[in-house]
Design a protein around this ligand. Structure first.
Ligand SMILES: O=P(O)(O)OC[C@H]1O[C@](O)(CO)[C@@H](O)[C@@H]1O
Ligand SMILES: [Mg+2]
Length: 444
């Protein structure tokens, strides 16, 4: 049977979920309110009286939201009348029906995944109800700052990439496999740099992303990188016999800043090496979970890389820009990614997006939130098969690249979870451990 959803006050207090809602979410909200207030003059310069009024109204809505959260008030319907508003309100109704009455769905008595996603949607509602500051990205400062504070690591990575590109033609398959593995792991550990777990505090990349890889290897609990490699090379082989079906890769992105650079470097290597013909990137439709990538972040980081006063970094940026212009790379967003839904609901609730992913040869899911949605954020036993936890979500061969920052992990060996719990009680939430976890419906 399917285990229940992770809730906030279920097992024992303080759970990571409980501490998230009790401490980190209010901290994130306070930072948002502070950011808007600090930009009061900017809004009045840009929009005059209207800007000042919008700032005031938005802050009062966000203060009300923080109070509702901290006093465990019932979750309320959205009122901003946007395309996904009804979906959110229906989802609330569904939970209210399941829990029996209107007021039972409250901040601390609801599934963790739901209320955490709901908070970011409510932040957006507060802005969307107050044009002209509707499109203001309350997390932009943190995202740009974390990028600038990762500059040294960005340069090291682009220098490494350019050195590979220089000798690409001469590389043997084994050498190609070595570089593939390294850059896959760099993208994996890039996921440590999310600003939600740090409640907006600096969480940029300080150490060299390449040199540290071997010391991090023992912390990869599930490593399916070999199957990812054979999936890519398998698809390519068909291409080489003249059929034009070489691999299409989709990357469901997570955080902006350094993590996005690691994803772009990996995608660049796969295209330059001929392992992949095209890459489709999937981002969020609005600012989400503090640091998740939006279209503005995606374009900004490529521009910043192009404009870098470091020759090899700007060379990489220029190539990325040309990939976008030529259509080798494309950026997409879909409202489904900013809903609280488990991915096993995608085929029914977002059939267009499911069909899009079915056109891919491999879908990479970056990060912890995507993993929680892949597995339904439920109390699965650690030894349950990844396929079981996916509950029918199998649009294409897929792989999660995730550092553990939430209380769900499946596909472990018998005893592996218990052993980790005995050594480190917070092994699932410290982002010290990671997984490269693959599943292919084709393999079944
Ligand atoms: O950016 P990521 O890897 O999805 O991490 C998001 C973080 O936010 C959380 O929701 C906790 O607030 C966890 O999922 C994770 O710790
Ligand atoms: Mg994130």
């Amino acid at each position: 049977s399917v285990p229940t959803l992770l809730s906030i006050k279920f097992e024992f207090e303080p759970s990571f979920a409980y501490l998230t809602v009790k401490d980190r979410l209010p901290t994130i909200l306070t930072r948002v309110i502070d950011t808007i207030h600090r930009n009061k003059n900017k809004f009045s310069e840009e929009y005059g009286e209207e800007g000042i009024e919008a700032e005031k109204q938005t802050i009062s809505l966000l203060s009300k939201l923080r109070n509702e959260l901290q006093t465990d008030k019932p979750v309320v319907t959205l009122t901003d009348g946007l395309p996904d508003t009804e979906t959110w309100n229906k989802y609330l109704e569904r939970h209210q029906r399941m829990q029996g009455d209107q007021d039972s769905v409250s901040w601390f008595k609801s599934p963790w995944l739901y209320v955490e996603c709901y908070m970011y949607r409510r932040i957006q509602e507060a802005l969307w109800l107050n044009p002209p500051i509707s499109d203001y990205d309350v997390f932009n400062e943190g995202k740009t700052q974390s990028f600038f504070e990762s500059q040294q690591a960005v340069r090291i990575l682009c220098t490494y990439l350019e050195s590979i590109n220089k000798e690409m033609e001469k590389l043997s398959k084994n050498q190609l496999f070595e570089y593939f593995n390294k850059l896959l792991q760099v993208s994996l550990w890039g996921n440590k740099c999310d600003l939600s777990i740090s409640a907006g505090q600096d969480n940029s990349q300080k150490i060299s992303p390449i040199d540290g890889l071997s010391s991090l290897q023992p912390f990869i609990l599930v490593d399916d990188s070999n199957v990812v490699w054979s999936t890519l090379t398998g698809s390519q082989r068909q291409g080489r016999s003249g059929e034009t079906t070489v691999c299409r890769l989709d990357i469901v992105l997570d955080n902006a800043g350094f993590e996005l650079v690691t994803d772009l470097v990996f995608a660049d290597f796969l295209v330059s090496s001929g392992l992949v013909r095209e890459v489709h990137f999937h981002g969020k439709s609005f600012p989400w979970f503090v640091s998740d990538v939006t279209v503005n972040d995606f374009q900004w980081i490529i521009q910043q890389t192009m404009a870098a006063n470091h020759r090899l970094t700007s060379k990489s940026g220029a190539r990325w820009h040309s990939y976008l212009k030529e259509g080798v790379w494309s950026y997409h967003d879909h409202p489904f990614w900013t809903l609280p839904h488990e991915f096993c609901d995608m085929a029914a609730d977002a059939p267009d997006l499911y069909a899009t992913l079915q056109g891919s040869d491999l879908v990479l899911f970056k990060g912890d939130l995507n993993y929680r949605k892949l597995t339904g954020d439920r109390y699965w036993d650690h030894t349950v098969a990844f396929r079981t936890a996916l509950r029918g979500f199998e649009p294409a061969p897929l792989c999660s690249l995730r550092t553990l920052k939430g209380n769900v992990q499946v596909g472990l060996r018998p005893g592996q979870g218990e052993e980790l719990s005995s050594q480190e009680p917070d092994w699932m939430t410290s982002s010290k451990y990671a997984v490269i976890q693959f599943y292919s419906p084709k393999a079944e």
